[in-house]
Design a protein around this ligand. Structure first.
Ligand code: CP
Ligand code: NVA
Length: 305
């Protein structure tokens, strides 16, 4: 099987991504019907390198490996030689000798690319400063499950032009939907990522105007991991960019609200938004498990249908 990595959504073709979404939905249904009896990764090991905190990503990858009959190995820089300066390329070569795939959550996207360059096993980006592609698999799965095909629909990103925003831009390209981005001046997504998406992605400064008639609205924290010192300045810059029930009222009647979580109630969302029937965030979080199982199966076993 040819070696494949998943560092951004652009590493797979639109057809492969569509397959993964279908497969995630099937894997979820079969788990509900039969329990965890399907074990395509029996005796396989996933190494999970976390240089930043996580709840959903760690639990979903680890549980996914258990359900598939394999094992997940948690590595933090604090207890591995990575934290003492062993080069990522050397770590990649060593892990390639022992485990079957690696999942990495780190700061610089370049370090994931360096890791992948030296790796002879699949490498999965579990969040970098620039992208969070695994989250988008779960998000598109949730959108598809609840509302059918996403092609041609309109999503709105409200807030920081951050790693999640970049992955939403890539998703708009790969799944062929429109994306409007409402962000304050100075917090735009990366210009190259934006330009590569062409006219299907546009910046509309006013969040109220951006959500007009939209099918999906999503946001994220105003200060991402690693930006803790900017929290106070960001709170000021983003005032007026809170997603609340009144904002969703301007969207399509069938609008869905997603948030990758963790959320800060009273900041990027109103205190009560997650209780609104238009919010699908618990289903979205749960889909991390199913979408990543489909991804791991694809990278370690290949297509099965
Ligand atoms: N959404 C997400 O990646 O959550 P965690 O940081 O808890 O993994
Ligand atoms: N943008 C957030 C996403 C967390 C899942 C961060 O990078 O902290």
């Amino acid at each position: 099987m040819a070696l494949r990595h998943f560092l951004t959504l652009m590493d797979l073709s639109p057809q492969e991504l569509a397959y993964l979404i279908d497969r995630s939905i099937t894997i979820k249904r079969e788990l509900a019907e039969n329990g965890p009896v399907y074990t395509p990764l029996k005796n396989r090991t996933l190494a999970m390198i976390f240089e930043k905190s996580s709840t959903r990503t760690r639990v979903s990858f680890e549980t996914g490996m258990t359900q598939f009959g394999g094992h997940a190995l948690f590595l933090s820089p604090r207890d591995s030689q990575l934290g003492r300066g062993e080069p990522v390329g050397d770590t990649a070569r060593v892990l390639s000798e022992m485990v079957d795939a690696v999942m990495i959550r780190t700061f610089s996207h370049d370090s994931i690319e360096s890791f992948a360059d030296a790796s002879s096993i699949p490498v999965i980006n579990a969040l970098s400063d620039d992208y969070h592609p695994c989250q988008l698999l779960a998000d598109v799965q949730t959108w598809t499950e609840c509302r059918g095909p996403v092609k041609g629909k309109t999503a709105v990103w409200v807030g920081d032009g951050n790693n999640m925003c970049h992955s939403w831009i890539n998703a708009a390209r790969q799944f062929d939907f429109n994306l409007r981005i409402a962000c304050p001046e100075g917090f735009e997504p990366d210009q190259d990522i934006l330009e590569a998406a062409g006219s299907r992605v546009e910046i509309i400064r006013d969040p109220r105007a951006a959500v007009e008639g939209a099918h999906l609205v999503t946001t994220d924290v105003w200060a991402s991991m690693g930006q803790e010192e900017e929290q106070a300045a960001r709170m000021k810059a983003f005032s007026g960019f809170q997603v609340n029930e009144a904002m969703l009222d301007a969207a399509d009647d069938e609008v869905m609200f997603l948030h990758c979580l963790p959320a800060h109630r009273g900041e990027e969302i109103s205190e009560t938004l997650l209780d609104d029937p238009r919010a699908f965030v618990w289903q979205e979080a749960g889909n991390r498990l199913h979408a990543q199982k489909a991804l791991m199966e694809f990278l370690m076993v290949g297509r099965v249908s």
